[in-house]
Design a binder for this molecule. Sequence first.
Ligand code: GLU
Length: 262
Amino acid sequence: MVTPKRIVLKFGTGILTRIDTPEPDPVQLRKLVEAVALLKRAGHSCIVVSSGAVASGLQPLGLKERPGDISALQACAAVGQTHLMYQYESLLRDHGLHVAQLLVTHEDLAAEERSSRFKATLERLLAFPNVVPVINENDSVAIEELRFGDNDKLSSSVARLWEADLLILLTSAPGLMRDMKRPEEGPIAVVEDVDAIIHHAEEEKTKLGTGGMNSKLRAVQEAVRGGVECLIASGRHPEQIPDLVDGKGICTRFPVSEAAVQ
Ligand code: GLU
């Protein structure tokens, strides 16, 4: 018998697109959606924080690569967000599920009344068994995650606000690597003291997204302090997500900080 968990899954741009091109990857998205559907069928409550709006806007706007200026990124996100949601809705429907889109800013989550309305909306949506909330930054009015973060921080704030049991940050690496130059050594299994490890992490921005490992560790630091267990795992292997939730699989786990503010 599975203990139901409240799970936030963060899908970054780097895992929603093809490797080395900014094109959205429908096969990847299908596998990620399948994993969410499996978790829901197992009785877990799931929220997705998804990037990919900018990447999904490039092709409709005739752009070959991610633009450098903020207004163009915001324009891409405005066009791409609808494409992205269409994909989620189509893929979720195959599992008898529907997408609920929520676009928020850090300011929304910091403002008491707006954040409590947001939380109430989430809870009400999740009372419907066939709904998957998919959250993104509202890129037409906010630029934090466009400039730096790729929704890492947003996913952590959402996980804390919703009092999630687990935040899964999916990225292109299998976790926090022991040694970037020796990938065969694999990721560190458990990090008890994220504060100490942050000092050693190197920023490794990708061409396609804006959230390197440093940004993920900062998000984890906030989440574990807030009482949310985290893990960083490869989004290229969505089939292992149910195992990750069960405490198995290849990833780096970050237990809740002993000094967590509940
Ligand atoms: N909110 C943005 C998106 O959905 C963040 C990621 C990015 O800057 O590419 O695309």
